[in-house]
Design a protein around this ligand. Structure first.
Ligand code: SAM
Ligand code: SF4
Length: 332
């Protein structure tokens, strides 16, 4: 496909990062994401087929997207997922192909994912203690997830491997130093993500957020930290330990929004384009795709939607409205 003029939004931001949700289904029920009983899943025919995802990603890459992250729901529950990875890895011009997973099926799939051409993997782990992990994810799965992350770490070409923990008040405080020790003693970069109002249980309140700065100060008091330089579009502030190996990062969308440098858009499992995690509007790409739109028509729809990308989220403003979809249905 020819290279086209790069995608830009109406605020002058260049869009170079696409997150594709490959399924809304999940085998976990994390407190901050899904209800205990799950959500009504999309019907099979509503979900984009591999060839449809491939076609849209090719178009986004022609429009200047360089980084693609596959997410969900839980991507590894999608049947034959490594085959999709190999289809996408073959797209010319894609520089970075990564995956976010809860790690439960990683032991099974590690080799297939590497063979398919995955570049980087993030694994979500909210606690390093089995009972607290169970409390947060509603699954007694920590040993299985740790086996998964070890299985992927056996492949040195998958680098870096990051561990993401959602930071919640009255839960994550006691995890901070354990994760710091983990980051110091393994090659995994640990990152804390502030809890955002995208949970299906609607338990988010401003005071349920544990700010990254608070966690950073707790860790710094025991293991002094030094901030590393960052790219403007990077979401995490990353620190190294002054006295040992290892890195620890803080993604602070609530306390320190990074919207001004946002370069990303999202495609849901049912083919809707979302220009912000908190978008109240989304743009249907599946309908036109299945109705036979050519690349030029799809390009026009994508450009118009991206042009209207939100300036910023409004979590901290009065009158903030949550999107109808919650995290697992958006693709985090
Ligand atoms: N199931 C995979 C996983 O958990 O890694 C991928 C999808 S999950 C929606 C992507 C990321 O979003 C995970 O790291 C998860 O912890 C994070 N997440 C989910 N709900 C969140 C919330 N309300 N606030 C902040 N992060 C959240
Ligand atoms: Fe599933 Fe990931 Fe949501 Fe947890 S955060 S319920 S693993 S989609």
């Amino acid at each position: 496909m020819d290279v086209l003029d790069p995608l830009t939004d109406g605020h002058g931001r260049r869009i170079s990062d696409l997150r594709v949700s490959v399924t809304d289904r999940c085998n976990f029920r994390c407190q901050y994401c899904m209800p205990a009983d799950g959500l009504p899943w999309l019907d099979r025919e509503e979900v984009l087929r591999f060839e449809e995802i491939e076609r849209l990603v090719e178009l986004f890459v022609a429009l200047g997207v360089e980084d693609l992250r596959l997410t969900g729901g839980e991507p590894l529950v999608r049947r034959d997922f490594p085959r999709l990875v190999s289809m996408l890895a073959a797209i010319d011009g894609l520089e970075d192909l990564s995956l976010t997973t809860n790690g439960y099926l990683l032991e099974r799939d590690a080799m297939a994912l590497v063979d398919a051409g995955i570049g980087r993997i993030n694994v979500s782990i909210d606690s390093l203690q089995r009972d607290r992990f169970f409390q947060m994810t509603r699954r007694d799965a920590l040993p299985q997830v740790l086996r998964g992350i070890e299985a992927i770490a056996a492949f040195p070409q998958i680098h870096p491997i990051k561990v993401n923990a959602v930071a919640m008040r009255d839960f994550t405080e006691v995890e901070a130093l354990r994760f710091a020790e983990f980051a110091r003693s393994t090659k995994f970069q640990v990152r804390f993500i502030e809890f955002m109002p995208l949970d299906a249980d609607r338990s988010w309140r401003p005071d349920t957020v544990l700010a990254g700065e608070e966690l950073r100060a707790m860790i710094d008091a025991v293991h002094p930290l030094e901030e590393l330089p960052r790219k403007p579009s990077a979401t995490a502030r990353v620190f190294r330990f002054r006295d040992s190996e290892g890195e620890i990062g803080f993604i602070n969308p609530v306390s320190e929004p990074f919207c001004a440098d946002c370069n990303r858009v999202r495609l849901t499992a049912d083919g809707r384009l979302r220009t912000c995690l908190f978008s109240l509007h989304e743009t249907d790409l599946r309908g036109p795709l299945r109705a036979g739109a050519d690349d030029g028509e799809l390009e026009e729809i994508i450009r118009a939607a991206v042009w209207r990308k939100e300036l910023k989220h409004r979590i901290n403003e009065p009158g903030f409205r949550r999107p109808a979809r919650t995290m697992s249905a958006i693709g985090g």
